[in-house]
Design a binder for this molecule. Structure first.
Ligand SMILES: *Cc1c(COP(=O)(O)O)cnc(C)c1O
Length: 463
């Protein structure tokens, strides 16, 4: 399987190179040259299989022959053994026809663990074989950093620098990063927003000198292996609810559009997905894109669902590329213009293609709080603010085909203050994380200046 850039100016690469590179050298995102697919019989056979086996089948379809099948299965088994639920991603029923897929049973209590645990093992496997050390630079809106630190800490062939926007993530989110004591991990509080952090990471990747000097790699949701790993729970959830014999719809709390795009990928692979509702908080760039056909960056507003405080959704470029029938020149033009002018008018045909699958809904803070209380009262489930945004969005759209799965992306205990304020109930941390607040923290503070941060990365990588 070869991977091509959405901007068409980078040579095609294999799965391993696409994964290790993260962003393509022309600034585009890697996508598979063609979409692998499963037959209905193959999808039906996923029913009742252990999660790790379905993961190995789905990720294996993208890895092709670059990772031996038995080794990939072993990596998936190890990755998902770190989850504290035997189903890995269990379904919980909310109401007739509506379910939560709980993606938060991993070590850092957010859905990012699902992809990061397997990604870390893929890196170890590949870099070990190449006797190579890489530096992973990631920007986090809260949960990616914790998941990356949990997955990569102590690994021999990888160093990790996690940038987070100071004061804009929850204490529990921060502590999952900053409590790591392993010397291969550095955490940096950046005086800026998540979009600033993300822009700095992009710039670092475009700096060829730095890129080579520290063998830079990215594990943000632009990394295609993460998308592949996230497609897995669309399969397990949909099959549990009757796919491929009937369609299943999904409602996804969205920021960088990686999670929702993984649903699109699952559908391209043959899974009958009815609709995907893209739920945002008041940072509603995606909701507007799918409702009005204009993708326009606004100011980032801090909310109680901080992992979605994003006004520039990296993975949207992948969907755009597909929706303009894989026209790299048009994709490069649109996202070049977005970088400078902050707006894309989606061509009518492409918009129509997007609407065949996607709907967008933006949910305000009061409504999010009300839904936390209402869900607790009606079902006994204490949901986190990100999940609440999606549950609220679901109530606003009618006529979704089939049962609907809301992706529950974080454990409520990751946002204890906001959940307690909304519901009057303080969510308890699961056993494994009970001592989190007592662990000492270790991190540095830097201004949102690309040069300063690049210098820091260089020094850490060479230390
Ligand atoms: C990252 C994250 C999201 C958004 O996912 P994207 O793939 O960026 O759209 C939603 N909820 C939580 C809890 C997250 O950590």
């Amino acid at each position: 399987m070869r991977y091509i850039s959405t901007r068409g100016q980078a040579p095609s690469v294999g799965f391993v190179d696409a994964v290790l590179a993260g962003l393509a050298p022309d600034g585009g995102l890697y996508v598979p040259e063609t979409w692998p697919s499963f037959t209905d019989a193959e999808i039906a056979a996923f029913a009742g299989r252990p999660y790790a086996e379905v993961a190995a089948a789905v990720i294996g379809a993208f890895a092709g022959d670059e990772i031996p099948k038995d080794e990939l299965l072993e990596m998936c088994r190890e990755a998902y053994a770190t989850f504290n639920h035997p189903a890995v991603v269990p379904l919980v029923q909310l109401s007739p026809g509506a379910f939560l897929a709980e993606l938060f049973h991993g070590p850092s209590l957010a859905f990012k663990d699902v992809a990061m645990q397997i990604l870390a093992r893929l890196y170890d496997h590949v870099l070990g074989k190449q006797s190579r050390t890489q530096t992973i630079l990631c920007a986090t809106s809260g949960d990616t950093g914790g998941a990356a630190v949990e997955a990569f800490r102590g690994r021999r062939n990888v160093k990790v620098v996690a940038l987070f926007p100071e004061g804009r993530i929850s204490e529990v989110q921060r502590r999952f990063m900053t409590a790591a004591t392993e010397p291969n991990v550095a955490c940096v509080a950046v005086a800026g927003t998540f979009d600033d952090c993300q822009a700095i990471v992009k710039q670092a990747f475009q700096d060829q000198v730095l890129r080579q000097a520290v063998d830079l790699s990215g594990v943000n949701s632009i990394n295609f292996a993460r998308i592949a790993a996230q497609a897995v729970y669309y399969f397990t959830s949909a099959v549990a609810l009757g796919a491929p014999h009937r369609p299943v719809s999904f409602c996804v709390p969205s920021g960088n559009f990686g999670d929702a795009f993984a649903g699109y990928v699952a559908s391209r692979m043959g899974l009958p997905i009815g609709r995907i509702v893209v739920a945002t908080n008041s940072n509603d760039i995606l909701a507007h894109a799918f409702e009005d056909g204009r993708y326009v960056r606004g100011q980032v507003t801090p909310t109680i669902s901080p992992a979605m405080d994003i006004q520039s959704a990296s993975n949207f470029e992948r969907l755009y590329f597909e929706s303009v029938e894989r026209e790299p020149v048009e994709t490069a033009r649109a996202f070049g213009a977005f970088a400078t002018a902050g707006a894309i008018d989606i061509p009518p045909k492409a918009f129509q293609a997007m609407r065949a699958m996607f709907r967008g809904v933006a949910v305000g803070e009061d409504e999010t709080r009300r839904i936390i209380v209402a869900t607790l009262n009606e079902t006994g489930e204490l949901i986190d603010p990100h999940t609440a945004v999606a549950v609220a969005a679901l109530k606003r759209v009618a006529d979704l085909p089939g049962p609907v799965v809301v992706l529950s992306t974080a454990h409520a205990a990751k946002f204890p203050e906001d959940v307690a304020e909304a519901s009057g109930v303080t969510p308890a941390l699961p056993r494994g994380a009970l001592d989190l607040a007592d662990r000492p923290e270790r991190f540095d503070r830097l201004p949102a200046e690309p040069e300063t941060i690049k210098e820091y990365v260089r020094a850490f990588a060479n230390a």
